[in-house]
Design a protein around this ligand. Structure first.
Ligand SMILES: Cc1ncc(COP(=O)(O)O)c(C=O)c1O
Ligand SMILES: N[C@@H](CCCC[NH3+])C(=O)O
Length: 440
């Protein structure tokens, strides 16, 4: 739940990466996204080493949608992971930051011609194809650019992971991929094998996010292997790559018990041994973790701006951020834990609703948080906000987005500057229409 380097002094002041929250707030202001560099790197190394230990050696690709900026791309490269991107914007960020194109996996159920062209001309390592029309377009564009497009087909395996409805993706009526339930996955394979400018390297399936069980990951790999066997029997095709997606859950509070990566890897390896035909090499396994790399490394630091108790006795503590920097409670009823800085004794002495500053009743960060009673001006940290917070942030109410700062051994490294009111207006143009009546 808290970053690995979290410490609390006897005076109650909290530090991350060897820097106190007070110092970070003084230097960078609030709200502030804080990322613990050591927590990120440790998790990347765990994935990299666990997958590398497989036979044949697997790879981890960091899923940029969880959190991406130039510095994060550089960390992914430093740690020897591949990168999963899902749009032209993420791809552009990666390329601009100098990430090797062949180490990029390009996802998305919609990729425009412009995005496909960027991917093709840059030479991305794998296009994950999501529809028959995309397959046709990719083949056509690759022909135009005299390229060969390396492809994984996104399969929908029909695995119903237990997570929030909005973040399930492996069930048969999902908008993603080619379903195994009907013959659409077979049609995609036929088309892929017949497409001259497409090289089919294998299959991908991602079953959802914040999954707290082990079995669905293994079932996913088995479903892809069974589909592979069918195509081996039918057309002699055997995949070089099986990309089993991301989705491993994290601890948003003490009740969450995430699955163990090493156990998933061992069980997937056993599935590979059991289901690969005897005369063939098992495919290389790729996993695409996003949340489990970066969520618990992150915290959001707020200043308490107001406090009130309303009819019925409900107490609100309102902070200087909210749904603009963390949409997850409003969107998925996501739960978070929070802690007030500078409180000597840990025992909570109030239950308060931590509310945001946005003009929405639903702008609640935590309903019924057990806290040490905060005062206006106190700092509050909300834990485990490293994934899908900055990357889903908005400027709703024209509130600028917070800065992102990484911390490590007493040094702060500003990864993304705080937006200003000027930034919020940067793309606005003055009105050109003269004052006039509009015809009814
Ligand atoms: C295709 C794909 N890969 C990887 C991920 C990363 O998932 P997570 O952040 O849950 O690890 C996602 C997001 O759910 C995804 O859609
Ligand atoms: N954005 C989601 C997860 C979706 C993952 C992308 N397929 C979240 O905040 O939990």
């Amino acid at each position: 739940m808290r970053p690995d380097t979290y410490t609390k002094n006897p005076d109650g002041s909290i530090a991350i990466g060897g820097i106190s929250l007070q110092d970070l707030a003084r230097e960078f202001g609030t709200p502030l996204y804080i990322l613990d560099y050591a927590s990120i790197v440790r998790r990347m190394q765990h994935y990299r080493d666990a997958l590398q230990s497989m036979r044949p050696a697997g790879r981890a690709a960091y899923a940029g949608k969880a959190f991406l900026c130039r510095a994060m791309v550089e960390v992914v490269q430093q740690q020897g992971l591949m990168l999963d991107v899902v749009s032209g914007g993420e791809l552009f960020t990666a390329l601009k930051a100098g990430f090797p194109a062949e180490q990029i996996i390009f996802h998305g159920n919609v990729k425009t011609d412009e995005e496909l062209e960027l991917g093709l001309t840059a030479g991305v390592g794998q296009f994950v194809v999501d529809s028959l029309s995309e397959l046709e377009r990719l083949d056509r564009l690759a022909r135009r650019f005299s390229r060969q497009a390396p492809v994984l087909l996104r399969i929908t395996p029909g695995i119903d992971a237990h997570t929030h409805d909005f973040i399930r993706t492996g069930h048969f009526d999902s908008k993603f991929g080619f379903g195994l339930a009907d013959d659409i996955a077979d049609q995609a394979m036929e088309l892929a094998l017949a497409s001259e400018h497409v090289t089919t390297n294998g299959f991908h399936a991602h079953i959802g996010s914040q999954i707290l069980e082990t079995d669905p990951f293994v079932a996913n790999a088995e479903a892809l292997l069974r589909f592979s066997r069918r195509w081996h029997e039918r057309a002699g095709f055997w995949p070089r790559v099986l990309d089993i997606g991301g989705g491993i859950g994290v601890r948003y509070d003490e009740t969450d018990t995430p699955p163990v990566l090493d156990v998933i890897v061992q069980r997937v390896e056993r599935a590979l041994e059991a289901l690969t035909p005897p005369d063939l090499e098992p495919p290389q396994v790729i996993m695409e973790p996003g949340r489990s790399i970066v969520a618990e490394a992150g915290a959001t630091l707020y200043t308490v701006e107001a406090e009130k108790t309303v009819a019925g006795g409900k107490m609100y503590v309102a902070v200087d951020g909210g749904m603009g920097d963390n949409i997850r409670p409003a969107l998925y009823q996501a739960r978070y834990g929070a802690e007030v800085d500078g409180k000597r004794d840990d025992a909570p002495d109030c239950v308060a609703t931590l509310a945001g500053r946005y003009c929405e009743s639903g702008d609640i960060l935590i309903e019924g948080a057990s806290l040490k009673r905060p005062q206006v001006g106190d700092l509050v940290a909300v834990w485990a906000t490293g994934a899908y917070n900055y990357s889903m942030a908005s400027t709703y109410n024209r509130v600028p987005r917070p800065a992102v700062v990484a911390v490590y051994e007493g040094t702060a490294d500003l990864w993304v500057e705080r937006e200003t009111w000027e930034d919020v207006m940067r793309l606005d143009k003055p009105l050109k229409f003269a004052q006039r009546r509009v015809n009814a």
